[in-house]
Design a protein around this ligand. Structure first.
Ligand code: PGA
Length: 271
C-alpha cells in the first residue's frame, strides 16, 4: 500500500487523475470503478481537462459505479440540484464532458424492479467486462467504502443495504440540504458493490481530503482491520493500492514521516 500526501486538494486530485489517465493510455479499453461524493469531483475535473486539452480518449473505456440510492434514477427533465441520483452526479460531473459512450457506463439502477436480482446481474456485468482494472474510492465519515456501512462483511458482494444515521447526516449536509430536500425525503437504502467485490479490482486508489476526514483516515490506515470500518479492507488488497490525501486529511497519521520518506525513495528508485 502506498500513501501519497499533497498540500492541497487540487494537487491531490491531479495525482489521482494522473494515475487513472495512465490506465486509460496504457489500456484504452480499461475498466474503471468510479465513486461519487464531493471528494472525487476535483479528480473528475482534471480528467475532463485532460480529455479536452490533451485528447485523453475514453471512447473504449468502461465504467462501473460503486453505489446508488435505492428508489432514485437519473431524470434529465429535472434540474441537476433536484435530481440527487448518483447516475445524474456521474453524468454532470464526468460523463457528459468526455467521449465515453453512454452504454459503457454502468451505475447501479436504483429503480430496478427486483433489486436483489439486479445486484447479481451487476456482479455478472463486472465479471463479463473482465473485472475492474482501477477502482476509485472515497471514505465515508463512518469509514465506509461505497455504502458498505460499519459491520458489513469484508467478503460482501453487491447488495441492498440500509444506510447508517451517520451517512444520512453526512449526505444530508453535503447534498440534500442544498437541494432544499427535508431529511425525510432522503432515501434510507442503497445498492452498493460489496467489499469483496471492491477487493477484486486489480488496482485501487482511495482519496480523502479535509480535516473532518483525518480521524477516520488514521484509523483506516493505521488501525486494525475491522468490519466496523470497512475501508480497513485496504490492508487486504492483492493489487496496487494507493491512498491519496491532502495535508489536512493526513494530519492525524502517526507515521506520516515514514509515508513521505517512502514516496521520496520510490520516486528516486523509478527515476
Ligand atoms: P464525500 O463522501 O466524498 O462526499 O466525503 C465519501 C463517501 O461517503 O464515501
Amino acid at each position: 500500500m502506498n500513501v501519497v500526501i499533497r498540500d492541497t486538494y487540487e494537487e491531490m486530485s491531479k495525482v489521482a487523475a494522473g494515475i487513472i489517465a495512465g490506465f486509460v493510455r496504457a489500456k484504452p479499453n480499461c475498466v474503471i470503478g468510479l465513486a461519487t461524493g464531493s471528494t472525487p469531483i476535483g479528480t473528475y475535473r482534471e480528467l475532463i481537462r485532460m480529455h479536452k486539452e490533451e485528447g485523453l480518449d475514453f471512447s473504449q473505456v468502461r465504467t462501473f459505479n460503486l453505489d446508488e440510492y435505492l428508489g432514485l434514477g437519473m431524470d434529465l427533465d429535472k434540474p441537476y440540484h433536484l435530481d440527487q441520483s448518483y447516475a445524474r452526479f456521474m453524468y454532470e460531473e464526468l460523463f457528459k464532458h468526455i467521449n465515453i459512450p453512454k452504454e459503457n457506463t454502468l451505475v447501479p439502477d436504483g429503480l430496478a424492479q427486483d433489486p436483489q436480482a439486479y445486484c447479481q446481474w451487476y456482479e455478472e456485468q463486472i465479471a463479463a467486462a473482465g473485472g475492474i482494472d482501477i477502482q476509485v474510492l472515497g471514505i465515508g465519515g463512518d469509514g465506509h467504502w461505497g455504502f458498505n456501512e460499519p459491520g458489513s462483511s469484508l467478503a460482501s458482494r453487491t447488495r441492498v443495504v440500509a444506510l447508517t444515521q451517520k451517512t444520512l447526516d453526512d449526505n444530508y449536509e453535503s447534498f440534500y440540504k442544498n437541494a432544499g430536500f427535508s431529511r425525510d425525503e432522503m432515501p434510507k437504502f442503497a445498492i452498493t458493490m460489496g467489499i469483496g467485490t471492491i477487493l477484486e479490482a486489480r488496482n485501487a486508489i482511495m482519496l480523502a481530503n479535509g480535516a473532518h476526514k483525518a480521524g477516520i483516515v488514521a484509523k483506516a490506515i493505521e488501525g486494525p482491520v475491522i468490519a466496523q470500518i470497512t475501508a480497513t479492507a485496504m490492508h487486504l488488497y492483492r493489487g496496487e493500492m494507493t491512498i491519496i490525501l491532502d495535508k489536512a486529511a493526513a494530519s492525524k497519521l502517526e507515521n506520516i514521516d515514514h509515508y513521505l520518506h517512502v514516496e521520496r525513495a520510490m520516486r528516486e528508485l523509478h527515476k
